[in-house]
Ligand binder design. Structure first.
Ligand SMILES: *[C@@H]1O[C@H](CO)[C@@H](O)[C@H](O)[C@H]1NC(C)=O
Ligand SMILES: *[C@@H]1O[C@H](CO)[C@@H](O)[C@H](O)[C@H]1NC(C)=O
Length: 596
């Protein structure tokens, strides 16, 4: 054989080996794993993959009912008009420098590890529960609890995209194209869950990939939700009778709902108006939010709204319980975020900044406290306020759902140029991280109590007082003993795979650039991945105070939509979903910020 040929062969062999060894392993494996699975042969995605011609040509199958054809008895008003794009946003993210090589290598390992855990859950969903709302992670069975429109699939689309799982992403888009929003597995549809998971998931996947199928399906589900505004007073229903809604005769608004339900539509509807150019969604939600705006200072705790409100009476002021936790949470979350999306130049969107500043000051002065801890930590926890005859009383009870608030204050600090908000946000996020670290599993409970620091300003840390701690714990001894010092109850000791704590850690990392947040994220990830691991995926656990706790056959779609996404983004390139380009909805779905 001539010498030249030999050399050619050697070079070719070298190149083949190089590709084999140096192509990122997880990308190569995705390819191998997917090929020949789950009947995607002969589909547009399989063809696109074979021809390497992305994006694939997929067309949406129209749902069996056209929600845009509903003849409204009470058509919502079409003003105010959608504001022009927000042009002068302040910078949100830290100005990151490139990591040194050893540091970058560590983060890369972590990123790949998070992706490995995600892939395991996704693969099991794909093989065991495809097109169902959720996988049961221990039995490998499935459950349809959100109308049966493949909640986990829709909720996971943008995570697949971010993790670079392109084949899986388009395979899922092909499945989305066939979802029938004209049928529901349940007679009534929960508007809140449908809005944040389905509409939010489709909008974000569209914003990232630009695939038209996602926009078409977002409009279908958006029009379904819009039919929930077909009510006498223009306020949306909380649960929508599916067949009644189609007829258009008008729906009856509930007398009492949790405030988060009507308060968590603004981002999805505003973004839908932005991408379609149809302002009707924005106008409908503007009237709803104006009710909150009008009532904000007439409540028992001016600046905040009670946990329950009446949309039938447009009453958002009667009630004495105040919290930023479950039931209320995303009402508050969406105010600064709506400002980030819409700006404040237009009179109709100005109210989001006004409401944001007011609630942030009220919550800071009334709900947040430094807990008494053995190390006198400089942290904050968000409690609940009950306003009775003798004024507001702060109950030092908190919950995992409240942990989003640290990130939100940090974001508010940047949006409204306030170091006080930012500093408060960091202390709140550290409070949740402290709670994680305190328990033997390294995970915080769903609901717990601590002890208030005494003094006129409850936000100042105090010294440990063993006697007082014992007294406070004894008062609540009906709940489990032998808790970590500082905690007087773990009222609900479960961990349900929730994202709020890592969500705040992620936002603090992106805003401050302090590497300590990445370390915190990694400790949390290891603890969570370890305690929740099952044969198929990851499961809720029964007791964070017990290493090796029993698990529950339960994995909500937010595990892949939010929790793993936030973990991943802590270790990924800081320009991936930059907070200067996106605002995330309450289900961690990023909406693109339009630029003027
Ligand atoms: C609404 O009214 C139009 C015109 O009368 C009709 O064609 C259409 O079928 C109606 N839509 C529904 C959902 O009934
Ligand atoms: C969980 O943690 C234990 C103890 O630290 C360790 O031995 C085990 O390998 C971990 N398991 C997983 C799945 O990470």
């Amino acid at each position: 054989m001539p010498r030249v040929r030999t050399r050619h062969i050697a070079i070719c062999a070298f190149i083949v080996l190089w590709i084999y060894y140096f192509l990122p392993r997880d990308e190569a494996l995705t390819y191998v794993h997917n090929y020949g699975h789950r009947g995607s042969h002969g589909s547009a995605v399989a063809l696109a993959r074979y021809m390497n011609d992305y994006p694939p040509h997929i067309t949406a199958t129209q749902s069996s009912f056209d929600w845009s054809s509903v003849n409204f008895t009470y058509p919502p008003r079409l003003t105010p008009k959608l504001p022009a794009p927000f042009t002068k946003r302040p910078r949100i993210q830290h100005n990151f420098k490139r990591d040194s090589r050893p540091v970058a290598a560590v983060q890369e390992q972590r990123r790949i590890e998070v992706k490995r855990v995600f892939r395991k859950s996704w693969t099991s969903y794909r093989s065991q529960a495809w097109m169902k709302d959720a996988l049961k992670p221990i039995s490998g069975e499935y459950v349809d609890q959100f109308s049966g429109w493949a909640a986990t699939l829709v909720d996971s689309l943008d995570t697949l995209w971010m993790m670079g799982m392109r084949d899986d992403f388009y395979e899922a888009v092909e499945a989305v194209a066939t979802i029938d929003f004209g049928k529901s597995t349940a007679p009534s549809v929960n508007t809140f869950e449908t809005c944040i998971r389905y509409l939010g998931g489709l909008l974000a996947a569209y914003d990232l990939s630009g695939h038209e199928v996602l926009k078409t399906k977002a409009i279908e589900i958006g029009d379904l939700l819009y039919a929930g505004f077909n009510t006498k007073n223009g306020m949306p229903v909380d649960f929508m009778n599916f067949e009644d809604a189609k007829k258009g005769g008008g729906l009856t608004v509930e007398g009492q709902v949790v405030s988060a339900s009507p308060g968590t539509i603004t981002l999805e509807f505003s973004r839908l108006s932005q991408i379609t150019g149809d302002g009707k969604y924005y106008a409908a939600v503007a009237h709803l939010m104006d009710v909150f705006h009008q009532g904000q200072h007439d409540t028992e705790l001016p600046g905040m709204w009670p946990m329950y409100v009446s949309m039938s009476e447009k009453d958002v002021v009667t009630g004495h319980q105040f919290s930023i936790g479950g039931n209320a949470d995303s009402l508050y979350e969406y105010l600064p975020k709506a400002h980030a999306l819409l700006g404040s130049v237009d009179p109709s969107s100005k109210m989001y900044e006004i409401m944001s500043r007011a609630f942030m000051d009220t919550a800071m002065n009334n709900l947040f406290f430094a807990p008494m801890t053995p190390g006198s930590e400089d942290i904050l926890i968000s409690g609940n306020v009950d306003v009775l005859a003798d004024g507001p009383t702060l109950d030092p009870e908190s919950e995992h759902l409240s942990c989003f608030i640290g990130g939100l204050y940090a974001l508010g600090g940047r949006l409204f140029n306030s170091d006080e908000y930012l500093d408060t946000g960091a202390k709140l996020a550290r409070g949740c991280a402290y709670a994680y670290k305190s328990f033997p599993t390294g995970i915080m409970p769903e609901r717990y109590n601590m002890v208030l620091c005494p003094g006129p300003d409850r936000r100042i840390p105090c010294t440990w007082d063993e006697v007082r701690y014992a007294e406070e714990a004894a008062k609540r001894s009906q709940y489990k003993s032998d808790l970590p010092k500082g905690f007087t109850t773990a009222k609900d000791p479960r961990y349900l795979l929730r994202p709020e704590a890592i969500e705040s850690v992620f936002i603090l990392w992106r805003i401050t650039g302090d590497p300590v947040w990445r370390e915190t994220a990694w400790e949390m990830f290891q603890a969570v991945a370890n305690a929740t691991d099952t044969q198929y995926a990851n499961a809720a656990i029964m007791d964070v105070n017990v290493v090796g706790s029993r698990q529950e056959d339960y994995m909500e779609s937010f595990w892949m939509a939010e929790t793993l996404k936030y973990f991943y983004l802590c270790f990924a390139d800081t320009e991936l979903i930059s907070l200067d380009d996106f605002v995330l909805n309450t289900e961690a779905h990023p909406f693109r910020l339009s630029r003027g």
